[in-house]
Write a protein that binds this ligand. Structure first.
Ligand code: ZN
Length: 202
C-alpha cells in the first residue's frame, strides 16, 4: 500500500441488510468529508447530536449513515460493529478495553450482528510489563516468549464481545500495524502520523 492508496478489509459472509458500508484504512488523511470524534482513549460513544465532542466511538443509525465515519489509530484497534439498527465505530486500545468500551450499553442498542477489528498491533509485537496484567485480571490472552510477556488485544476484544453477544460474527484483520511498515505504528516508530480507518457507505 502506498501512502496515497488504501486497502479494503472485509471478508465476512454477506448478511442481508447489513452490507451498507465498507471498511478501508488510509495512511494519509482522506480528502473526504467525514464524521470524527476527538479521541481521548476513553469509553464514551458519540452520536451525530453530541458531535463535535471528545469520545472514542461514533454511533449512527442506518438512516443517519451518509458521511464516512473515521477513527484514527497507530496500533490501537479500529472496531466496526454493524447491527440491525445501525453501526458503531470504536477506537479501542488497551486502555479503552480495560475501561470497558466493549461493554457500553450503546452496542446492545444497535442489535449487533457483525464485527470487524481492523489493522492494529498484534501479539507478535505487543509486549507488556508484568504489571500490565492487572488491567486484564484472569485474561487467557497473555503469552510468553523468551521470557517476555505479550498480550493479544484482538482476542481479548473478541472474548469480551462473545460473552455479551454469543452469536456475533467477529473478523480480525490479520495485519499487525507494528510488523507491517505499510501502516503507521506508534510502538514501532513513536510516530505522530495516524492510520485513517474509514467506514464508507456502499
Ligand atoms: Zn507484529
Amino acid at each position: 500500500m502506498s501512502n496515497k492508496g488504501y486497502n479494503t478489509f472485509m471478508s465476512t459472509p454477506y448478511i442481508e441488510n447489513l452490507n451498507r458500508g465498507r471498511f478501508e484504512t488510509w495512511t494519509i488523511e482522506p480528502e473526504l468529508e467525514f464524521v470524527q470524534v476527538k479521541q481521548v482513549h476513553g469509553t464514551d460513544i458519540a452520536t451525530l447530536e453530541t458531535l463535535p465532542c471528545e469520545a472514542d466511538g461514533i454511533m449512527v443509525s442506518w438512516e443517519e449513515f451518509n458521511k464516512p465515519l473515521a477513527i484514527k489509530t497507530a496500533d490501537c484497534m479500529p472496531i466496526i460493529i454493524e447491527g440491525a439498527k445501525g453501526v458503531i465505530f470504536l477506537h479501542a486500545g488497551w486502555r479503552g478495553l480495560a475501561e470497558g468500551i466493549l461493554k457500553r450499553s450503546e452496542i446492545e442498542v444497535i442489535v449487533p450482528q457483525r464485527v470487524l477489528i481492523g489493522p492494529s498491533i498484534h501479539d507478535c509485537c505487543f509486549e507488556v510489563t508484568p504489571e500490565f496484567k492487572d488491567h486484564f485480571k484472569g485474561s487467557p490472552n497473555f503469552s510468553q516468549r523468551e521470557g517476555k510477556l505479550y498480550f493479544n488485544l484482538q482476542q481479548e476484544a473478541k472474548r469480551e464481545l462473545r460473552e455479551l453477544f454469543p452469536s456475533l460474527l467477529i473478523e480480525i484483520t490479520p495485519i499487525c500495524t507494528a510488523s507491517n511498515c505499510d501502516f503507521h505504528s506508534y510502538r514501532r516508530d513513536k510516530t505522530s502520523q495516524r492510520n485513517w480507518n474509514l467506514y464508507i457507505k456502499g
